[in-house]
Design a binder for this molecule. Structure first.
Ligand code: SF4
Ligand code: SF4
Length: 121
């Protein structure tokens, strides 16, 4: 899939994860297989948009993720997203803390609506 890469570095120059200090991202996981950093991808698609070879970088990343077990914290976020539509799991005192900051309680997304949003096929 990535055999036509020119090593131009355009994908790397626009990647927000690389800017935050992940060396050679996204090229590192493209060239040497799974690295923990692949889970830091923000799904912004910038790498794919700038690639002069029109390589499907996002799809390559997604395939790598699908074929591997995510780290525990990522798995927790995915489970929470699937269950309540929020990437950060709620704790027993979340709404209490929010009240202390003058914020409204968290309102949950209707499960049917949530599943229809998550459904990709
Ligand atoms: S889609 Fe992921 S790898 Fe590509 S530029 Fe965005 S954060 Fe980086
Ligand atoms: S932008 Fe495309 S061709 Fe350039 S280094 Fe990245 S993957 Fe390779």
């Amino acid at each position: 899939m990535l055999s036509n890469c020119l090593n131009c570095g355009a994908c790397q120059s626009v990647c927000p994860v690389h800017r935050l200090g992940e060396a050679s991202f996204p090229l590192s996981w493209q060239k040497s297989g799974l690295k923990p950093e692949v889970w830091n991808c923000t799904n912004c698609w910038l790498c794919q948009e700038v690639c002069p070879q029109k390589l499907e970088l996002w799809e390559a990343k997604a395939m790598t993720q699908r074929q591997n077990t995510p780290p525990a914290q990522v798995a927790l976020s995915l489970a929470s997203l699937n269950e309540i539509g929020l990437s950060l799991p709620l704790t027993a005192n979340t709404n209490e803390l929010r009240q202390g900051y003058g914020l409204d309680p968290i309102s949950f997304i209707n499960q049917t609506v949530l599943q229809s949003l998550i459904q990709t096929k």
